[in-house]
Design a protein around this ligand. Structure first.
Ligand SMILES: [Zn+2]
Length: 343
């Protein structure tokens, strides 16, 4: 291995600097928390005034503190300073940005890794090491991930394996219907509110997937506070209802001439699973309420499935759906991606 090999250089560089102690933890602030305990944040102080101190931490998050809340502040060269110095001194080539990405990864500056890979690809979209690091392969004249390549070949992933559509269908595969939604709350959400909502939506997605016999799920929900308009409107944070005796509400396109309202469902922040699968059947398939109490559209609290009448309507909407569909044919529920937008 030659000394100019990127890995060797990185190792030498780390070794020398940590030996000399030129940078270790970086700038450090100790702040008083709400419960009066002290908390330590390391990174790079990006702004310091008489009143405020802003520190960029090693996760890439910028945090602002009142100076009066600080117990102690120490200055030291940080990994972010080292990154900036390296960047300022290097040539602007795809190779150099790739090497810097590797360095960031080794130094656990993960928030900068993708940025450097992106910079490398912007300069040279065919930069092989960067493409390989990001999991791309070249097919013909295109760089694709394995999943993209398989999809481009008309294959489907079923139970963890890529296969021909016909073969998969014979084995019990049904192409799932997926949705991405924005869930909004008009007021302010704390971190705990967001965490509670995220957990409940995960349970709701699972209940919906089970009710739809493994053929429909939500792939992504973006939860935003201080926003009045969205697909899922969260009317409150502390109730399973949206008004006394009203658990939820759905925009239902019973009338073909009706224009789609600007939301799908309205629910309470502590909604029950029955409410979730009930309102989403209204919104997705236009199913009306019904008398059958064993069906989720009948509204008995413990109902978790849809009745034959509802399935007739679901199959009208999605003719490729199968029913009844044995559980052994269901694929594992893909993880629901949740994005939090705290405003
Ligand atoms: Zn029903």
């Amino acid at each position: 291995m030659k000394a100019n090999h990127p890995v060797v250089r990185v190792l030498l560089w780390c070794g020398i600097f940590s030996f000399l102690g030129l940078w270790g933890s970086g700038d450090t602030v100790f702040v008083k928390d709400k419960d009066k305990k002290s908390r330590k944040i390391e990174g790079k102080i990006t702004q310091e005034t008489d009143l405020l101190v802003t520190i960029l931490d090693y996760e890439g998050k910028s945090q602002v503190f009142q100076r009066s809340d600080l117990i102690m502040l120490t200055h030291a060269k940080s990994k972010i300073d080292a990154y900036e110095e390296k960047k300022a001194a290097m040539e602007n080539t795809a190779d150099k940005h790739y090497e810097l990405a590797v360095w960031c990864k080794e130094n656990k500056l993960n928030f900068l890794v993708q940025k450097e890979y992106d910079a490398a690809l912007a300069l040279n979209p065919d930069h092989e090491k960067t493409r390989a690091a990001l999991g791309f392969k070249k097919y013909g004249d295109k760089w694709l991930t394995e999943d993209e390549y398989m999809k481009s070949q008309g294959k489907v992933k079923y139970k963890g394996k890529w296969m021909d559509k016909t073969k998969a269908s014979e084995a019990g595969y049904v192409e799932p219907v997926t949705f991405t939604f924005t869930a909004v709350y008009a007021g302010d959400c704390t971190k705990k509110d967001f965490a509670d909502l995220a957990k409940r939506f995960q349970q709701g997605d699972e209940a919906l997937y089970n009710a739809m016999e493994g053929q429909l799920y939500i792939s992504k929900i973006t939860i935003k506070d201080k926003t009045p308009k969205g697909d899922i409107i969260i009317k409150n944070l502390d109730s399973d209802s949206i008004a006394p005796g009203v658990f939820g509400n759905a925009a239902v396109p019973y009338d073909p001439n009706m224009t789609w309202p600007d939301y799908w469902v309205k629910i309470g922040g502590k909604f029950m699973m029955i409410t979730f699968i009930h309102e989403f059947n209204h919104a997705i398939a236009g199913s009306p309420d019904e008398a059958d109490q064993s069906c989720a559209m009948g509204g008995a609290f413990e109902a978790t499935t849809y009745c034959e009448v509802c399935w007739g309507r679901l199959k009208k909407k999605y003719p490729h759906f199968k029913h009844p569909r044995p559980k052994k044919d269901w694929d594992q529920l893909p993880e629901l991606q949740i994005e939090i937008v705290d405003q």
